[in-house]
Design a protein around this ligand. Structure first.
Ligand SMILES: Cc1ncc(COP(=O)(O)O)c(C=O)c1O
Length: 447
């Protein structure tokens, strides 16, 4: 052992071996790393000083842009004042302040905020609250969860069970039992090159009735969907789809969960997509933009009645056996409050709404480039499907992302052969043009 640690210590500090990168082809990355050393506003900077435009708001999270001074200062102040305090049996003032601010942004009677540290934890928290809610009301037979094909709900066992991405599921055993899936709402023949919500597809919500009839309504706890599926390539809800889901859930006493980890905090031009669509879920998951990506944080907003259902029994007894060491971490709360101030003071959600048509036009201008099969846009998000290379699915998408970074100084996201663009909400009109010019050159380069 002593031998091993000596040789490990002798390694250079910038050795790339030890870090096992998540959701990354590690060997390809380590052969040609894409390293980001610092950031400011709309740009990253490489160690050698190259400015790289951020076309993905970090990973759909840095909605106020990078390294914003008020957020950095709030984190620094908080670290010096109160680095940590537990949220079990104790609390610090900013946790209440942030919960109230988040609740004030949410529609309807979505009011009670439970904090965790990521989108995956937010999803597991929402699923657990849903199951426990039925349980405490004496409807413990409601255990089934319904997700959707092509849905992404993070990487916890709950999230991958209700999620609908084959590679995120197939390696990990039997997952949760009692889970069913709605069909995905995307059909290229019906909706290719649509700006905003497609006209076609609302009827797919009626599949919920079929699934519920199959299992019996009294066994179904909750339905979870993303109002706009981001990770599988920006798939906006068809017009009327979410209303129909809401109606069916109400008819059967099933909870509706919106996973707004990407759509929350301005991506679709509103604080939450629930507001854009005028549909209030029972539970709403958030993460990412709550701190503009500066400190990990996630959470769930529950409707009043859900919280109330738990507030029974002796007052000294815990009502919900769930929580995390870092729930409502002081640094995350400080970053969250500073981020919400920036969103408000700079009107960033309205800004996203105003820029939506400009962004959609710039994205659609890529129609006709070699291999472009479809482009979808909603809010400040775009998905561009490229034709896969024969026998090498994902290779063209990977090459486009790599070319964009190495040769065009642009960060974009890929899922297989689909490119995603979702810049910070501070993006200028000129930068929107610049981003899509760069994407166009990357697409041509991999034709
Ligand atoms: C809709 C949705 N839910 C959950 C998650 C998981 O979030 P995290 O990576 O913070 O666990 C993501 C991440 O992209 C997401 O897009």
């Amino acid at each position: 052992m002593a031998q091993i640690s000596r040789s490990a210590a002798a390694r250079q500090t910038n050795d790339l071996d030890a870090f096992w990168l998540p959701f990354t082809p590690n060997r390809a990355f380590k052969r040609a790393p894409r390293l980001l050393a610092r950031a400011k506003g709309m740009h990253y900077f490489t160690a050698d000083g190259r400015a790289v435009l951020d076309g993905l708001a970090g990973l759909w999270c840095s909605n106020a842009g990078h390294n914003r001074d008020p957020i950095a200062a709030a984190i620094a102040r908080q670290a010096a004042e109160l680095d940590y305090s537990a949220a079990f049996h104790f609390a610090h003032p900013k946790s209440f302040e942030l919960a109230s601010r988040v609740a004030a942004l949410a529609p309807g009677d979505l009011y009670r905020v439970f904090f965790c540290n990521s989108g995956s934890e937010a999803v597991d928290t929402a699923l657990k609250i849903a199951l426990a809610y039925h349980n405490v009301r004496g409807e413990g037979a409601r255990t089934r969860l319904i997700g959707r094909e092509r849905g992404y709900h993070g990487v916890g066992f709950g999230g991958i069970s209700v999620g609908g991405i084959v590679s995120n599921r197939k390696f990990f055993g039997t997952l949760l039992t009692g889970v069913d899936h709605l069909p995905a709402t995307y059909d290229r023949e019906q909706q290719a090159f649509t700006k905003g919500e497609p006209e076609w597809g609302a009827h797919l919500a009626d599949e919920l009735d079929r699934i519920v009839a199959l299992h019996g309504p009294s066994t179904v706890a909750a339905v979870i969907i993303e109002p706009m599926a981001g990770s599988t390539g920006v798939l906006p809800a068809p017009k009327g789809y979410l209303d129909r889901l809401r109606t069916i859930c109400d008819r059967h006493g099933i909870l509706l969960i919106f996973d707004e980890v990407i759509t929350g905090f301005g991506r679709l031009g509103h604080a939450f997509a629930a507001e854009r669509y005028g549909v209030t879920p029972d539970l709403l998951c958030f993460a990412k933009g709550i701190t503009s990506g500066a400190v990990p944080m996630g959470g769930v907003i529950a409707r009043e009645g859900i919280y109330d259902a738990f507030m029974r029994g002796p007052e000294h007894a815990i009502e919900l056996f769930h929580g995390y060491t870092y729930s409502a971490h002081p640094l995350a709360c400080a970053a969250g409050l500073a981020a919400l101030d920036l969103y408000r003071d700079e009107n960033l959600f309205e800004r996203a709404k105003k820029l939506e048509p400009v962004f959609a036009d710039a994205a659609m201008a890529l129609k006709g480039l070699p291999g472009v099969l479809d482009i979808r846009t909603v809010g400040l998000a775009a998905g561009i499907d490229l034709a896969p290379r024969p026998d090498a699915p994902g290779e063209r998408g990977y090459a486009a992302m790599d070319h964009a970074f190495q040769d065009e100084d642009l960060v974009i996201r890929i899922t297989g052969d689909t490119l995603a663009v979702a810049p910070p909400l501070i993006v200028s009109e000129a930068q929107i043009g610049e981003i899509f010019d760069k994407v166009a050159r990357a697409i041509r380069a991999v034709a």
